[in-house]
Design a protein. Structure first.
Length: 94
């Protein structure tokens, strides 16, 4: 759970690529951003097979991306964070 007394929390939605995960972790460390959390992305194979996803107006992959972000937003709310940054694992922190 994020430390609410520290700086703004940074949540990274991480896909399956170990290369991208390693790269974003290196960037976070090089910028001394300790209040960062890597969140596992949702994929179609992780969805409840009992639910019908056939009537979506977006692609299944877009739906999974939205579910990942929803999970992150819930974490932000549950931790009562005043602010947070949400990024994808291919973000460049310069």
């Amino acid at each position: 759970m994020p430390n609410t007394s520290a700086s703004i929390a940074i949540f990274i939605a991480c896909g399956k690529s170990l290369v991208r995960r390693h790269h974003i972790k290196q960037q976070l460390e090089s910028h001394c951003l300790p209040n960062s959390y890597l969140i596992k992305a949702t994929y179609p194979e992780n969805l409840d097979p009992g639910l019908d996803h056939s009537n979506l107006t977006i692609s299944l992959n877009e739906h999974c991306c939205a579910l990942t972000h929803q999970h992150i937003y819930e974490s932000i709310i549950n931790a009562n964070l005043p602010a947070a940054i949400v990024l994808e694992d291919d973000a460049s922190l310069g």
